[in-house]
Design a binder for this molecule. Structure first.
Ligand code: MN
Length: 188
């Protein structure tokens, strides 16, 4: 799939990360947030759309507070299977470091259809409702004037709060935490 070409180009077959394969869209669209300690600690926010995961890197992670606008840097589309990936990207590879599945669940576009979500993404303003284990309720993803820079903003609803959700540090998949420092195994 064309949108995964960049993903493919950035990775070698020796990385344990999933292959660049697109899937049929699911009835309930999935989202995932991975916590990733690469050269810098960040969170990767991914939304299933058009059979792939549209992806943004969040340097500070998501927030439950509508007053916090979190920078979200658009990165290459990832294959759907990436949403299950947890583990170590070996030294010398793109994104080398450790990854956990920090949150996941389903989402819907505020307009109700996957087609509307794709169109809104192209327009640079996406309104979504998350149903995860840690993140819930309405969020906006808005493109700024700066290249690749978007903002992830919690909308006011019964789930908005000033609580720091990133203090919940365990994987929702394995209950593991990211190691304090990167444990990078060389694949050589
Ligand atoms: Mn990342």
């Amino acid at each position: 799939m064309v949108s995964l070409n960049k993903y493919k180009r950035l990775r070698s077959e020796h990385s344990p990360e999933p292959n660049a394969v697109a899937v049929q869209p699911h009835k309930h669209l999935r989202f995932v947030v991975q916590k990733h300690r690469a050269s810098h600690l960040h969170y990767d926010f991914r939304l299933e759309m058009d059979g792939v995961l549209k992806s943004w890197a969040l340097p500070k992670g998501p927030s439950l507070d509508p007053k916090q606008r979190r920078l979200a840097i658009r990165v290459e589309d990832h294959p759907y299977a990436y949403g299950n990936f947890e583990g170590t990207i070996p030294e010398g590879h793109y994104g080398a470091g450790n990854v956990i599945v920090w949150d996941r669940g389903t989402y819907r576009n505020a307009k109700g259809t996957a087609e509307a979500a794709s169109a809104d993404l192209r327009k640079g303003a996406l309104s979504i409702v998350l149903r995860g284990r840690k993140l819930h309720g309405a969020y906006a993803l808005v493109r700024t004037r700066r290249p690749r820079q978007w903002l992830l903003i919690k909308k006011k609803d019964e789930f908005s709060s000033t609580r720091d959700v990133t203090r919940d540090i365990r994987s929702v998949k394995s209950r593991r935490k990211l190691p304090d420092a990167n444990i990078i195994r060389s694949n050589r």
